[in-house]
Design a protein around this ligand. Structure first.
Ligand SMILES: [Fe+2]
Length: 326
């Protein structure tokens, strides 16, 4: 019997979080908390992982100490982090928030029917997740929130959180359980006070192959193309875009971008951080945004920015590199 293939599999609302492999968990946690102003929401000492955020989602930024080739297990003996991954610092995964569990399960079943490989499927206590790699080897998590009051479930130091979840035996719920009225928290003493992670930037030597994956499989919308840079978004109209793909000779992670409240707040942060040991890589002043780029203790870059009303025109970016202007 012929079966029809969906034109898209997942249908994400937005980028929920970015997760990084780090060399030294305590050092990275200090940087993103004390300098960048992300609140530590919960940690998982046995996994050597910390989860920080603004409150928009259970975390905007996760970080896990790299495996150095040694397997790490979740609950019930699930091999959560095989030693074959996380050998270097950098991107662990991008996480895409779906509307509900029925959407997640449906996409999973359609992928199975189309013989498209996925990786582990897990229960994170506040989310159910399907993981898979894009054609460049970037790891992606597609998840639905399973509880709205996630701070009641995950806070402080947690015992192992993650166990197996089987989408094929799930009786999926159809209502969105993401937080609609998030309680945002700021770190008063920090230089920055971000409001949310908005997008990630990745580089690719085969942009068309990645665009095919992120539109057809991941289900993002193509919202703009400028100087061969591709802008993709989820269905949440409160975000201009959630993923930027920049053509480059070498594929790899570019950076994650966090929005701050206004230019005064960004200027104040620039002043404080310029006089501190936090590595300011670059400040960017363009008609369409003003940004501060920081280098974290592992050398990974993050962007802290305010959007401006001017139209984006990457040809007119001056001295700013394509990666930073995008
Ligand atoms: Fe995640």
């Amino acid at each position: 019997m012929a079966s029809s293939r969906p034109s898209q599999y997942f249908h994400p609302r937005r980028l929920g979080h970015v997760n990084l492999w780090v060399e030294d968990l305590a050092r990275s946690e200090r940087f993103y908390n004390q300098s960048c102003g992300l609140t530590v929401e919960f940690s998982e000492p046995d996994l050597i992982a910390t989860f920080l955020g603004t409150g928009q989602t259970p975390h905007d930024l996760g970080m896990i100490q790299k495996t150095n080739g040694i397997d790490r297990y979740g609950r019930d003996g699930i091999l959560q982090l095989p030693g074959t991954i996380g050998r270097d610092v950098g991107l662990n995964h991008l996480a895409w928030e779906l509307e509900n569990e029925a959407d997640l399960v449906d996409a999973y079943k359609q992928l199975k029917a189309a013989d498209i490989d996925t990786d582990i499927t897990v229960d994170h206590q506040v989310a159910h997740s399907v993981y898979m790699f894009d054609p460049d080897g970037n790891y992606n998590e597609f998840y639905c929130d399973t509880v709205q009051n996630w701070r009641e479930v995950l806070h402080g130091e947690m015992d192992l959180i993650t166990s197996m979840w089987d989408p094929l035996t799930a009786e999926p719920f159809t209502e969105g359980r993401y937080e609609r009225n998030p309680e945002l928290r700021i770190v008063e003493a920090a230089a920055l006070h971000p409001q949310r992670v908005t997008h990630a930037v990745i580089r690719s030597s085969n942009v068309s192959r990645l665009v095919d994956f992120y539109t057809r499989v991941a289900g993002l919308r193509l919202v703009a193309e400028d100087c061969d840079v591709i802008y993709l978004a989820g269905s949440h109209d409160g975000y201009a875009y959630n993923l930027v793909i920049v053509p480059a000779a070498q594929a790899g992670y570019g950076h994650a971008a966090f929005e701050v409240a206004n230019e005064e707040a960004l200027d104040a942060a620039v002043q404080i951080l310029s006089g501190s040991s936090a590595a300011v890589v670059e400040t960017v002043d363009l008609p369409w945004k003003r940004s501060l780029f920081l280098r974290d203790p592992d050398g990974l870059i993050s962007e802290w920015y305010v959007r401006r009303n001017g139209g984006r025109d990457l040809r007119a970016r001056g001295e700013v590199s394509l990666l930073r202007a995008a």
